[in-house]
Design a protein around this ligand. Structure first.
Ligand SMILES: Cc1ncc(COP(=O)(O)O)c(C=O)c1O
Length: 453
């Protein structure tokens, strides 16, 4: 078996029992690659807006015995035995979630943001129903696409109008669309999320057409909790779905939150989560989420404030270096994310690849006005992770210098990679969590020896 073997059968797949030592070698290879991966990120500048680092206490729970168990249902109403302590963990997680987001309802069973979105669709929309959302080219997540969660539930997207200059929904034109289409569910939230959604302005129209407001906070969950972004559950949205591992630096998982007195909505959301779109809900991740929620209650305000300040500082520094950072006249961003049009520098795909080779990890991104989804004109940058390891506005200036050196001044990939590693060297431990100061990129070797033949 080689590292490059692929496919699920057929040509190229060895038949029969493994050769002596072959599988131990496979295990060694995976461990080795994972170690190399950790080392790579330790010396890189990670600017993916949807990624973050887990605190040591949260990480520890991922390898606990909770990983091995099932707990279908809700605390006190399980389908399996042995769940009494899991029930206590889940109740605590729910309590922390309701407290952090100041809401009456939480469900921590969706195992990702996409699964949380599916749970809402299952709960609050029937196949064929019109559901309001944004277009992918305007920054929406693939959940809203016909080939994503919307398509899976069979709902019909009703697209809001977009104001390109302000990088947000065009309220006047969207009001008309909502009045004409009368969707009963309206989703707000983006993957390229620079500015708050105009919820206050649209709220009367949602009420007029009888639509429930639904907010996908996958990207901005930690900013909302930290008081640095809009607060959708107090601005007319009833339901919020999210991932728990972006600006909220938690485990890869999902969450549903709601502020409602309507028991029927609560019951529908619960049954959307289970049995609708999950069976078991990954108890190890749920326990890690409890830790992350507690940590965010303790450290989240400061972390969210610095994350946004860093995004604005990075945007300004790039702008000063001649990059076309979107929404300059609006202060670039009010979130953790900024968008840069890099057509002059070679286009999104090429620039993202060159940056990655030079140790600056970002992603290509479609920007409004892009003609071809295959040739995105931009890159998306985010500051959750660099903030988490303690970088501040000075380091944002330095990152802009490195990008300028690579993309405008013809410095080599190798040179910039060395400078990026040098910059990162002072920022490899975790902040804004219990156990701050622990290594952020450590590979945890639980066994202490390699598997033998
Ligand atoms: C707005 C939005 N919703 C949902 C998701 C999906 O989250 P997950 O990857 O946890 O399924 C993402 C992922 O980036 C997102 O940006």
């Amino acid at each position: 078996m080689t590292e490059n073997s692929s496919g699920n059968g057929g040509v190229g797949v060895p038949a029969g029992a493994p050769a002596p030592g072959e599988m131990a070698s496979a295990v060694r290879t995976v461990r080795d690659l994972a170690r190399q991966h950790s080392a790579r990120f330790e010396r890189s500048i990670p600017l993916i807006a949807s990624e973050n680092l887990l605190s040591p206490y949260a990480k520890e729970l991922l390898v606990s015995d909770l990983h091995s168990r099932y707990a279908e249902g809700l605390p006190g109403e399980r389908y399996y035995e042995g769940n009494e302590l899991v029930d206590r963990i889940e109740n605590l997680t729910l309590e922390l979630a309701r407290r952090l987001f100041r809401c009456s309802f939480a469900d921590v069973r969706p195992i990702s943001g996409t699964v949380a979105n599916l749970a809402v669709l299952k709960a609050l929309a029937e196949p064929g129903a019109p559901v309001g959302t944004s277009r992918l080219a305007d920054g929406a997540h693939i959940s809203s696409a016909a080939f994503g969660a919307f398509g899976l539930r069979g709902v019909r997207p009703v697209y809001y109008a977009w104001d390109e200059a302000r990088m947000t929904i065009d309220v006047a034109r969207t009001r008309e669309i909502l009045r004409a289409e009368r969707p009963k569910l309206c989703l707000f939230g983006l993957s390229l999320f620079l500015f708050p959604m105009p919820l206050d302005e649209l709220r009367p129209t949602l009420e007029e057409v009888g639509a429930t407001g639904w907010y996908d906070a996958a990207h901005v969950l930690g900013l909302i909790a930290g008081g640095e972004f809009q607060d959708p559950l107090r601005e007319g949205c009833t339901v919020l779905s999210a991932s728990t591992h972006k600006t909220l630096p938690g485990p890869q998982h999902g969450i549903l939150l709601a502020e409602t007195r309507d028991d029927a909505v609560v019951q529908r959301l619960r049954s959307g989560a289970f049995p609708g779109v999950t069976s078991n809900h990954h108890l190890h991740a749920m326990a890690a989420l409890a830790v992350s929620l507690a940590e965010h209650l303790e450290f989240g305000r400061e972390y969210a404030r610095r994350t946004v300040a860093n995004a604005r500082a990075l945007a300004q520094a790039l702008h000063d270096k001649g990059f076309d950072v979107l929404a300059a006249e609006l202060g670039f961003t009010r979130s953790h994310t900024l968008a840069v049009r890099v057509v002059r520098e070679g286009g999104g795909a090429d620039v993202a690849r060159r940056l990655a080779d030079a140790g600056i990890i970002a992603n290509k991104n479609l920007l409004p006005g892009d003609r071809s989804p295959k040739q995105p004109g931009g890159i998306r940058l985010g500051t959750p992770e660099v903030t988490r390891v303690g970088m501040g506005e000075r380091e944002m200036g330095r990152i802009a210098e490195l990008m300028d050196a690579l993309l405008h001044r013809g410095r080599s990939v190798e040179e910039v990679a060395a400078l990026a590693a040098e910059l990162k060297h002072g920022f490899t431990t975790l902040r804004y969590c219990f156990g701050a100061g622990e290594a952020a990129y450590r590979y945890y070797d639980l066994v202490g020896r390699e598997p033998n033949a």
